[in-house]
Design a protein around this ligand. Structure first.
Ligand SMILES: [Zn+2]
Length: 155
């Protein structure tokens, strides 16, 4: 039964059956060395049999088949790694990384804060995408809507 080679990771294929965790064997290229480093194992890793589980790879490390891209449906357990993918997440010695989805959302929020001056434009043009902003600063959004309404009345 293959298990994850990353030190401290307890994922074993028999324990993660039915989950979206997948196991990837080490690449046959030089990149395998970087995988070994990322695993931080004190013992030697048998590259032929060792695997690294999918929680250590960022979302863009995966190859999404065109068909799934077009259907906008990508089951995580059907994903394959790109040839140059390296384990970068949930590695020993680092804090547990947030999932790629959460992180991009956080970046998105941070970006929105930086673009506060453009906020009126973005709220007016993309009402559906400004939900998180509305949760954070309800009064600000309400004011903006009032302003927009007054503006329309004045026209
Ligand atoms: Zn793992």
């Amino acid at each position: 039964m293959p298990g994850c080679a990353v030190a401290g990771c307890r994922n074993l294929s028999k324990n993660t059956k039915g989950t979206q965790i997948k196991y990837f064997s080490f690449p046959k290229s030089d990149i395998a060395k970087e995988w070994v480093v990322a695993c931080r194992r004190k013992d030697k890793i048998n590259l032929k049999s060792a695997c690294v589980c999918s929680i250590h790879f960022e979302a863009d490390s995966f190859q999404i088949p065109l068909k799934q891209k077009l259907l906008n449906y990508t089951p995580k357990n059907a994903r394959n790694l790109k040839q140059d993918a390296r384990p970068t997440l949930n590695l020993p010695g680092k804090k547990l990384a947030v999932t790629p989805g959460e992180r991009s959302e956080r970046l998105h929020k941070r970006k929105q804060k930086a673009e506060n001056k453009d906020i009126v434009d973005s709220i007016l043009s993309q009402p559906s995408s400004s939900k998180c902003q509305a949760l954070e600063e309800p009064t600000y959004v309400a004011n903006t809507v009032n302003v927009a309404m007054e503006f329309q009345e004045n026209m």
